[in-house]
Design a protein around this ligand. Structure first.
Ligand SMILES: NC(=O)c1ccc[n+]([C@@H]2O[C@H](COP(=O)([O-])OP(=O)(O)OC[C@H]3O[C@@H](n4cnc5c(N)ncnc54)[C@H](O)[C@@H]3O)[C@@H](O)[C@H]2O)c1
Length: 377
């Protein structure tokens, strides 16, 4: 039965929580808004800017409120689990930022809780809301390139993103290029092949290096070969150690897909929109959680390379708008959408961690592994 209004709790008032809460304020179905952050400045700033009805530093107080029926978990990567469990226990609809968790056993626990409580939960794989991926997926499904034999994925990222991400926490163990950011490209590729028989990954062999970002507590890169169930091959490669002066503010992606009767070449590096300026761009035009800034200004910028969208004088525009507004509609109407499910989020975590494990042990890893087998001693 469709509803007219929903009550929303936003847990985590940083970069992404702010984007989603401000979009909620624009949605005609928003009946009540509560926000939560342990950081007073972030919490009070967002509460004021969105005219929130309630704010607190304790997410339990928020999810218990009778007005709430939907929860956005936008805390930083290592702090998703407890708010998700609290939201699920109260039977709320959940929108969870990726990754579902950073510990594979915790991720399995979270997925089980979501399933046991029967709550509707989605994960923020925002690239699914870009027209280029939606239309590519449709053509593959329609058989335009025949049976897929080969997938090649190259993700390049400016090193400002991992440096800013790692600066938020001392718990770096699972904050690898694939778990934090490559997961977006990985999800996009698996989604492009979703529903096609034989295209599930069954084995991965990977290598990683850490020459530049080792001192920050992470890897520079991960290069992997996946074997799919029918023997087709997928190479998934990421470096998130490109210099801070690299014109891609955040993400540049190329995906090549070859089939038995065609090929699809997705160029998503944003080199078609180049800004050059004598005025140095700061990190804030890219991704700058906690006011992170780079000491080196960038004079050339690939506009559009911030993957979730841009803040502008007319509001936030980009795929995160479509993703968030579509979810609000789902909350109101109950109708299914193409958001990633919690099960997709759990799978993505296991696959990215299997890549990291293969790189660590120097051997292929079979998929899907038991979550406990992915724990780092
Ligand atoms: N979908 C996308 O394209 C996309 C893009 C960037 C980031 N993300 C994801 O969004 C999430 C948030 O990233 P961000 O950039 O907004 O980070 P951020 O650091 O800007 O914000 C996180 C906020 O969570 C708060 N927080 C942490 N623990 C808390 C707790 N227990 N209770 C309440 N508040 C708590 C922090 O104080 C901080 O204000 C991450 O998981 C990140 O990977 C998604």
């Amino acid at each position: 039965m469709a509803k007219d209004e929903f009550g929303l709790a936003v847990i985590g008032c940083g970069t992404i929580g702010r984007v989603r809460a401000e979009l909620a304020r624009e949605h005609p179905g928003l009946g009540w808004l509560g926000v939560c952050d342990i950081d007073e400045r972030a919490r009070e700033g967002l509460a004021k800017d969105t005219a929130a009805d309630f704010h607190t530093d304790d997410f339990h107080d928020l999810v218990e409120r009778p007005e709430v029926d939907a929860v956005i978990v936008a805390t930083d990567e290592n702090w998703h689990v407890e708010p998700i469990l609290a939201g699920a226990e109260h039977g709320h609809r959940l929108f969870i930022e990726k990754p579902l968790a950073t510990d594979p056993v915790e991720s399995a626990r979270v997925l089980k809780a979501i399933e046991d409580h029967g709550v509707d939960a989605v994960v923020g794989y925002t690239q699914r809301f870009r027209r280029r991926f939606i239309t590519s997926r449709q053509r593959i499904l329609e058989g335009a390139i025949g049976d897929v034999t080969t997938v090649v994925t190259r993700a390049f990222m400016n090193r400002m993103v991992p440096i800013a991400t790692l600066a938020r926490t001392k718990e770096h163990r699972n904050l690898t290029p694939m778990v934090v950011s490559g997961t977006h490209s990985l999800d996009a590729c698996l989604w492009l092949l979703e529903g096609i028989e034989g295209k599930q990954p069954v084995e991965v062999y990977a290598k990683s290096g850490d020459r530049v970002l080792g001192e920050y507590g992470t890897k520079d890169n991960t290069l992997a070969i996946f074997t799919l169930a029918d023997g087709s091959l997928w190479s998934m490669n990421i470096s998130w150690a490109l210099p801070a002066t690299w014109p891609g503010a955040v993400y540049g992606l190329q995906i090549g897909i070859v089939g038995t009767s065609g090929a699809l070449d997705i160029e998503d590096t944003h080199r078609d929109l180049v800004l050059a300026s004598e005025v140095g761009q700061s990190a804030s035009v890219g991704y700058a959680p906690n006011d992170y800034d780079t000491p080196i200004p960038r004079h050339v910028d690939f506009l559009g390379s911030k993957p979730f969208g841009d803040d502008t004088s007319i509001g936030f525009w980009g795929p995160m708008r479509e993703e968030t507004m579509t979810w609000f509609n789902r909350v109101l109407s109950g109708r299914p959408t193409h958001h990633a499910t919690a099960a997709d989020g759990h799978r993505n975590l296991l696959v990215t961690m299997a890549m990291d494990k293969s790189a660590r042990i120097g051997k292929p890893v079979e998929l899907m592994p038991d979550p406990a087998a992915l724990l780092i001693d």
